[in-house]
Design a protein around this ligand. Sequence first.
Ligand SMILES: [Zn+2]
Length: 172
Amino acid sequence: MKYKFCPQCGSELKPKMAGDDGEVPFCYECNRYWFDSFESCVIVLVYNEFDEIVVCMQDYISKVYGTITAGYILLGENAEETAYREVEEELGIKLDNLQYGGTYWFEDGDKLMHAFMAYSPKCELKLSQEVNSAQWVKATKAHKVLFPDSPGNAAMGLLKQYVKMKNLQFED
Ligand SMILES: [Zn+2]
């Protein structure tokens, strides 16, 4: 999001030089810059001892493609806390580990996705209301049910990292 007016006082912002960043919208009333902002989310690939991952169907996102657990980072949370919280809320799994999977820029809605992988022993999933259904799917076949691969697709990026890490091969 690019600011035109000050979110605090409503004054029109004027460009002002901000060192190496060049011109940045500035509020002369509040005496501060307003850098472009965007949302920060986490996305977590949960896998088990059988090389299966959790794939969710969430009607509000798609009735065709599956997703993996994701959610917004709340004010004051770090990305790891969000990852633990979201997986517990959505799948009923209390994780005790996280592996960092890098970040992905998701154009659709300007979101920075912080990606993680996490191991959980195979268990029954206790779904939140946001999740219509979820199941353990073979990682090597999960590409057929997730959104098609693209540069900003963090779920597929994580899946490819996982398949490579485990020396597996995608199956048709
Ligand atoms: Zn202001």
